[in-house]
Design a protein around this ligand. Sequence first.
Ligand SMILES: *[C@@H]1O[C@H](CO)[C@@H](O)[C@H](O)[C@H]1NC(C)=O
Ligand SMILES: [Zn+2]
Length: 376
Amino acid sequence: MHFSLLISLTLSVVSHIAARPITSSEIVANSAKGLRLLSLADGEEPVWKSEADLINLRKQGKHFFDVTEVYEAEQKLPAKAKAAAVTYPTTFHASTLTPILNTVSTSNMQTNLASLTAYNNRYYKSTTGAAASTFIRDKIASYISTYSRTDVTVSLYSHSFVQSSIIAKIPGKTTGAVTIIGAHMDSINLSSPSSGRAPGADDDGTGTVNLIEAFRVLLAADFRPATPVEFHWYAAEEVGLLGSQAIATAYKSAGVNVKAFMELDMSGYFKPGTKEVMALQADYIDTSLNTFLKALITQYSRIPWAMDIACAYACSDHASWYKAGFPSSFPYEAITGNDDPNVHSASDTTSVTGFSWAHSLEFAKIGVAFVYELAI
Ligand SMILES: *[C@@H]1O[C@H](CO)[C@@H](O)[C@H](O)[C@H]1NC(C)=O
Ligand SMILES: [Zn+2]
């Protein structure tokens, strides 16, 4: 995700622009020319940009939703659609959950991250980006098989580009609102997106392997929740949140009821010499869900939570769920400024000073706890 904060803080001026609607034929014609429709700020009409401009915006640290493929579906959704407020638990199942959290394995995460960082990059248009997607799907399928869970499913969610998102589903004993935890699988080298080296170890290899391990641990514990749980690995976060927007918009359109969403995007680094925290994003999140998350961290992690500064518009996949009207949250590796400065480059590896598996482990544990306490 991140590292620029300059922009968003100034932007929340509400403007109701009676702009000309962007038509289907305009979208078809401009897409065919390689243009992308970007939403750059809250309340502003999206604008057409070339792909080169899109990458340049990212180089400047700017974030945006690329709405090219969801604009029309979003126009059909009720404006400002907000789910009914959810009441989150205030008491926890520590005696049953703590032993499960103790089984979260750093070495499994290391092994899986080594596989993911071995791809030259995980860019959403590259063959290695597609291969990374298949790798995650196959790993999850292997756990489903190992733990003989014929009720659990995993599938690729395909997009207009070669990298697919992945959705794994653990059914509930009853139907009910679904609890979702997400991370993004893609990586990017901003100097040379399609062929440049982008190991993406922290961004977002860490969140990706935190989720893979959280999933394994829950299956190993024979977790059979009362309400459904989903694990999502998103394609194409780095170029405008394409995977998470496609899925969040589809869920909204289909009337899926989402209890809570949590993103894990970067969990392995905090600046040497600074206080180790779980930094809770302050914007584009649900405050009730954040209250739950704070209590969860206090209960189950050795690291305290701290509030981060605003992350900015469209800074990671939680924003796609927020935009679709669902409760979202996002614990991040460090207060912005103390986070990993090596992202989006060949230097995003686990060997940088400040990278800590012991730190990342806590986020995997909170991932398990989030799912368990909300869905049990
Ligand atoms: C991008 O990739 C190229 C080629 O792999 C590499 O030389 C360069 O250092 C990378 N850029 C950054 C910013 O890491
Ligand atoms: Zn990221």
